[in-house]
Write a protein that binds this ligand. Structure first.
Ligand SMILES: Cc1cc2nc3c(=O)[nH]c(=O)nc-3n(C[C@H](O)[C@H](O)[C@H](O)COP(=O)(O)OP(=O)(O)OC[C@H]3O[C@@H](n4cnc5c(N)ncnc54)[C@H](O)[C@@H]3O)c2cc1C
Ligand code: FES
Ligand code: FES
Length: 471
């Protein structure tokens, strides 16, 4: 039995947990404000909010319902466009009307829900972040400027929101229906255990890869759902290492105080990864096991020389191996079918460790990389003590650049070292031409991103003019 609250209504259903939340909302509950566009997480027309209790409060995040297995809604508050206003337009809807942010209207519920979700965040409202909250939504008609103006108006109208109690404040102003106030208590009363027998053999995290690839097969089953497993959640420091649960999402990484300490530019790095709702759903375990050569989180953790901690669901045996040894060939991994990733771990970066992530894609958000790359360098000001470099999109697997990394260790931190290392990298990679670019273009990108790491991390010490045109 799957139980959750849909807007103001309690749902208890025996539907298959692998069916999509979108189909349940539209075809079982007949809430047709949630639209079907691409069914691949790309357009945002199906955006809904997912609210869950965390640390004594309720937190809402936007998700795409087309890729959400129904079982991932268990124990949560799901909010559709029908649930965000009570008889009158809310400030987000009013702003869309005022600025002509809607034309044919097909995309509008998705935009409105995403932006409304942002207003419910426990942070003061910022116009730029209001616009970014709709990074997962595509509109074919408006040209976006009118939508951006609507978002800026919303940020101004709600400027004095109480970030300690956003829901209470929005309700008190009549901006959200009153039923929202009682949701935490109602959620707490829902049975924690979903009690649905798993069958069909599918394993799902957020569903943002597998629900694109095999939606019809999964819809007939009750897959193994890892997304809400508490033992796979959380980021913590332990004995000099950082432990990151396999069900941690890119948003969890972005919000983690530990990660924000280790990686001061984290906001920028995560902004380059997919879009707001996909970051809210996609897990680290899923990013690794999907084994895409351009997986962004894999590139990130390869450069931290992370370890993968596997758990065998039949024998209950644990196994640890370096992430750089996990990928064997295209979509082939050192992993038994019964093994799941439990967590990953990496040495906590020291004070002299510098980290950087870069990505080039055809669109800044909502697009996978042509080439991505990350680096961590331990440097003492004059010399490089140790380095780990990764690059994606230039081989059948996400690449840890073993020879380049080894070469950098012990070398002076100067332009000649970087140019020599780039030559070694060029011999280590083997890109192919595909829709994301020709092999020559990808080689060029890999080199430019490699240079960019040093230019961003050591401005003033490393000079761009000494790196160009010398290769
Ligand atoms: C619109 C869109 C944009 C995207 N943009 C990006 C992007 O910019 N960068 C990027 O890197 N990716 C991107 N992705 C891909 C995807 O979001 C990520 O790879 C994400 O991290 C996958 O995680 P998931 O939990 O959703 O995976 P799922 O789809 O749930 O699972 C993927 C695979 O991993 C397996 N699996 C999941 N968790 C575990 C585990 N703990 N142990 C063992 N096996 C497991 C599943 O069985 C499945 O085979 C995008 C996807 C979409 C739809
Ligand atoms: S239908 Fe396009 S993102 Fe869901
Ligand atoms: S208003 Fe037509 S797609 Fe956005």
């Amino acid at each position: 039995m799957i139980s959750f609250i849909l807007n103001n209504q309690e749902i208890h259903t025996e539907e298959k947990s692998g069916t999509t939340l979108l189909d349940f909302i539209r075809y079982r509950e007949h809430l047709t404000g949630t639209k079907i566009g691409c069914r691949e997480g790309d357009c945002g027309a199906c955006t809904v909010l997912e609210g869950q209790l965390a640390g004594g409060r309720i937190e809402y995040r936007s998700i795409v319902s087309c890729l959400t297995p129904l079982g991932n809604a268990h124990g949560k508050h799901i909010v559709t466009v029908e649930g965000i206003s009570s008889g009158q337009l809310n400030p987000v809807q009013e702003a869309f009307v005022e600025h002509n942010g809607t034309q044919c209207g097909f995309c509008t519920p998705g935009f409105v829900v995403a932006l409304t979700g942002y207003t419910m965040d426990y942070k003061p409202i910022e116009p730029k972040k209001a616009i970014d909250s709709m990074s997962g939504n595509i509109c074919r008609c408006t040209g976006y400027k009118s939508i951006e103006r609507a978002a800026i108006t919303v940020a101004n109208v709600l400027a004095d929101k109480n970030p300690d109690n956003p829901i209470g404040w929005l309700v008190s102003k009549g901006y959200l229906p009153a039923y929202f106030v009682g949701i935490p208590e109602r959620l707490a009363a829902i049975r924690k255990d979903m009690a649905t027998p798993e069958n069909g053999g599918w394993i799902l995290g957020g569903g943002t890869d597998l629900m694109v690839q095999r939606p019809d097969d999964i819809a007939e089953t009750n897959p193994v759902l890892l997304f809400d497993r508490q033992d796979l959640k959380g980021i913590r420091a332990e004995n000099g290492r950082c432990i990151v649960g396999a069900a941690v999402t890119a948003t969890d990484m972005k919000e983690s105080l530990l990660f924000r300490t280790y990686f001061p530019r984290l906001d920028h790095f995560m902004y380059l990864v997919s879009s707001e709702p996909i970051r809210n759903m996609g897990t680290i375990g899923g990013n690794i096991v999907n084994a895409s050569p351009i997986a962004d989180l894999v590139a990130f953790f390869l450069a931290l020389d992370a370890d993968v901690h596997l758990y065998h669901t039949k024998t209950e045996a644990d196994r640890v191996l370096p992430l750089r040894k996990f990928f064997l060939d295209y979509k082939k991994m050192d992993k038994e079918p019964e093994e799941i990733i439990h967590h990953i771990s990496f040495a906590i970066p020291g004070e002299r460790t510098y980290f950087h992530f870069e990505k080039v894609s055809r669109r800044i958000t909502l697009d996978i990389a042509s080439v991505n790359s990350a680096i961590s360098i331990e440097a003492d000001g004059r010399d490089i003590v140790k380095a780990h470099v990764s690059v994606g999109g230039v081989a059948p697997v996400p690449l840890y650049l073993q020879r380049t990394s080894t070469f950098l260790a012990g070398k002076p931190l100067e332009e000649k070292t970087i140019i020599d290392a780039a030559r070694i990298m060029d011999a280590e990679i083997a890109p192919i031409s595909d829709i994301r670019g020709s092999k020559e273009y990808k080689r060029l990108l890999a080199r430019q991103l490699f240079y960019a790491h040093f230019l961003e991390l050591f401005p003033g010490k490393i000079h761009a003019e000494e790196l160009v045109n010398v290769f």
